[in-house]
Ligand binder design. Structure first.
Ligand SMILES: [Zn+2]
Ligand SMILES: [Zn+2]
Length: 354
């Protein structure tokens, strides 16, 4: 098995030139392939999320049955890379079958798999299960402080508080240039056409610099995934002002002590992190069948109203701030998909209990 720490050859093909105009419409979304915790049910598979940004397809966790979940919904894409939060079986047991499928389909581009220290040993086991594969696997062990630069965004692990080493992940986009002011550009004597384009791309033309014709830089989008964790300060800090926080909510408040002992969070604790971090939208996952989902939802919304509970195959779309708020799109085979906003969900509470 070729094992390297190198990630330098990983760049996306989607955002071809990094131009701010192409980024303006770039998709960023989270597809929930599995939203249950520990034990699968008829309606909820084990944890896995597919983040889609432009042409990139990034899988976070790969519980047993993940490839089947994907095949049954959006299709099993040729993944760009994979991140594991930790090594409890409900978060990685889908890997051997998925890696084998890629091999059988003739994948030839390398695949990078990231996770906490111990990942190399785990992948040794996974490959004994799957048999060797014909493409290169880059196994990258990560720790707090690492930042992986991608084309237009970065991914950083965050140490969280579970049983054994566990990571959450932050995906944040590069800042975008400010809004172009064509009137200011004309007043300064720039010619409409190519000169407008050049100055927006950062060129200084006849002494006129981009900051004279562009507004303040605009933040990119930020998405934070907790993995399995007790409520923890490092994640609260990492999630500051995130557009979306996906946080586990394994227990209801009545089992708060049990949640702590098992390294998990209650829905209310997840909501408290979301409120304190001032995130835009909280999505709860890793829910167990022990508690009615309506109870988890109500306990969370009492603290942080902008909370949703995605079901398997739902998607959260994250537009740029000036284009709207993150929105949970319920999965539907019908061509017209139903959008559900948190406020609307509160009004139609009974319909969204599972
Ligand atoms: Zn778990
Ligand atoms: Zn776990």
């Amino acid at each position: 098995m070729p094992v390297t720490g190198s990630i330098s050859h990983w760049s996306s093909s989607a955002d071809v030139d990094g131009d701010w105009q192409t980024q303006g419409g770039m998709e960023l979304s989270i597809f929930f392939a599995g939203t249950g915790g520990s034990i699968p049910t008829a309606r909820r598979g084990l944890p896995s999320m597919l983040v889609r940004r432009g042409g990139d397809r990034i899988l976070f966790d790969c519980g047993e049955g993940t490839q089947r979940q994907l095949v049954s919904s959006v299709g099993l894409a040729d993944l760009t890379e994979i991140y594991l939060t930790h090594f409890h079986a409900d978060h990685w047991l889908g890997l051997p079958g998925m890696l084998k499928t890629f091999d059988l389909r003739g994948r030839d581009r390398p695949l990078a798999i990231h996770g906490p220290v111990g990942l190399r040993a785990l992948l040794g086991l996974v490959l004994r299960m799957a048999g060797n594969v014909g493409y290169e696997l880059d196994v990258v062990e990560l720790g707090p402080g690492d930042v992986l630069a991608r084309d237009g965004y970065r991914i950083a692990p965050v140490a969280v508080s579970h049983r054994g080493t566990a990571l959450g992940y932050v995906l944040y986009e590069d800042e975008r240039p400010g809004v172009f002011d064509p009137d200011a550009a004309r007043r300064l004597g720039l010619r409409e056409g190519p000169e407008f384009g050049r100055v927006q791309r950062g060129e200084t033309i006849r002494g006129i610099s981009p900051d004279q014709v562009l507004g303040p830089a605009r933040p990119g989008r930020k998405l934070v995934l907790s993995g399995d964790t007790r409520p923890c300060e490092s994640l609260r800090i990492a999630a500051h002002r995130a557009d979306v926080l996906v946080h586990e909510a394994t227990f209801a408040q009545e089992e708060r002590d049990r949640a702590h002992d098992n390294g998990h969070s209650t829905a209310e604790q997840a909501a408290t992190i979301a409120r304190d971090a001032e995130v835009g939208l909280l999505a709860l996952n890793h829910v167990s069948t022990r508690h009615p989902l309506g109870l988890l939802r109500d306990e969370a919304r009492a603290v942080f109203p902008a909370t949703v509970l995605p079901r398997d195959f739902d998607t959260i779309e994250i537009p740029f701030a000036e284009r709207g708020e993150p929105t949970l799109i319920r999965w539907s085979h019908a061509p017209e998909r139903m959008a559900e906003q948190p406020a609307a969900a509160a009004a139609a509470a009974s319909a969204s209990a599972s």
